[in-house]
Design a protein. Structure first.
Length: 52
């Protein structure tokens, strides 16, 4: 089922909202990834200290 052609403004707004949502999700995923990497560094350092 296709939306009518004259509703292209609505389609554009929805597309922009979906795009912005995807960008926000990507930024959140990147922040979580960096946080995880930092935590892994701390765990490695702790393991090294314990194993000495």
């Amino acid at each position: 089922m296709r939306l009518p052609e004259k509703d292209s403004t609505g389609q554009l707004i929805i597309s922009l909202m979906v795009g912005l949502g995807g960008m926000v999700a990507l930024l959140i995923a990147e922040a979580k990834h960096r946080q995880t990497l930092e935590m892994l560094k701390e765990v490695k350092q702790t393991v090294k200290e314990v194993c000495k």
